[in-house]
Design a protein around this ligand. Structure first.
Ligand SMILES: [Fe+2]
Length: 326
């Protein structure tokens, strides 16, 4: 069809051909990103040495950024299958909703996971519906937020907690899962500046074998507080892994103050603390495309840390964390 178009052109200049080729490549890229990669759900796996020495292994399913619409059956079916992984614990780092009527779709597709031990915090897309915005705004680290209509986050919270999941927003929760004693605490969404870390400040229970911090947006100011208090692992979402990435370069933006190198996957935050950022499962309905950044859930296998990395083995880890930089 493109070659017919060429023949009908009065002047087959190189410029015209180049413009047509560019437009064709762009159309193909947009089609691939919005129709194929956005629905190419994948499970990523990682092993993280964050538990106290001698602990049993703990399998944690980290899900984030569902951005669920009621009619997204592919996503719902894939979510339903995640229960087959048989995780010990599920952690949901927020942004579940994209529509006022999405709560039933989220709860039903996560039915099996909700029957397991679970922890959660909410993100901006649990509180407010998305609105169209200029994509160039993502390149500004601090841009004015555009909120849509209020979302039924309280209904979602009620559904999660009714099934036994624990909301860790500005709370410490102590639980034992698969023989591992956990002290978990979280903050409300730092992207909305709703984080009040002082409400959970202080060292977690030293007897816990996993000291777990949870936040929707991995804002460095929050990560620093968790690290300084001695948390072993911080789980976050929000970045969508950059969502539109370049081959051999990676994410263009993180949509927060986090550096691009930590936009998704495991990394360190200081001498002691490890960070895991999920690239998330969904997208805003107003930016329905992913490129070089498939939608994901992550199965984290948590294992004991080497003795020299544990806080008890290095009394001044908080100081080291500040000195070594990130
Ligand atoms: Fe999100």
């Amino acid at each position: 069809m493109v070659s017919d178009l060429y023949r009908r052109l009065p002047h087959r200049s190189t410029l015209n051909r180049a413009a047509l080729a560019t437009a064709g490549a762009a159309a193909l890229g947009i089609g691939y990103a919005s129709l194929i990669e956005r629905n190419a759900f994948t499970l990523r796996e990682a092993t993280m040495p964050v538990l106290a020495p001698g602990s049993a292994t703990l399998r944690v399913l980290h899900i984030s950024d569902l951005h669920m619409m009621p009619n997204q059956k592919l996503k719902q079916n894939w979510l339903r299958e995640l229960d087959r992984l048989d995780p010990d614990l599920v952690v949901n780092t927020g942004d579940n909703l994209s529509h006022l009527k999405s709560v039933p779709a989220v709860v039903q597709s996560m039915g099996g996971l909700l029957a397991r031990p679970g922890l959660f915090v909410f993100g901006s897309n649990d509180y407010f519906a998305p609105k169209p915005k200029n994509p160039l705004k993502y390149f500004k680290k601090e841009h004015r937020r555009v909120h849509g209509a209020p979302l039924p986050w309280a209904d979602l919270r009620a559904a999660f907690t009714e099934r036994g999941w624990l909301d860790v927003t500005h709370m410490h929760r102590e639980l034992e899962v698969a023989g591992v004693r956990i002290d978990a605490a979280g903050v409300d969404d730092p992207h909305l500046k709703r984080d009040r870390y002082d409400t959970i400040a202080g060292p977690p229970n030293p007897l816990a074998q996993l000291k777990l911090g949870i936040t929707h947006s991995p804002e460095p100011r929050v990560l620093d507080r968790f690290a300084d208090d001695g948390y072993d692992l911080i789980l976050a979402g929000h970045t969508h892994g950059g969502q539109l990435c370049l081959p051999f370069y990676g994410a263009l933006v993180t949509n927060c103050q986090l550096d691009r190198s930590r936009v998704k996957g495991p990394s360190r935050w200081g001498a002691h603390t490890r960070l895991h950022v999920s690239a998330g499962i969904g997208t805003s309905p107003y930016a329905p495309a992913r490129f070089c950044c498939r939608p994901e859930a992550t199965l984290l296998t948590l294992v004991p840390a080497p003795r020299e990395e544990t806080r008890s083995g290095r009394g001044s880890a908080a100081v080291e964390s500040a000195v070594l930089g990130r």
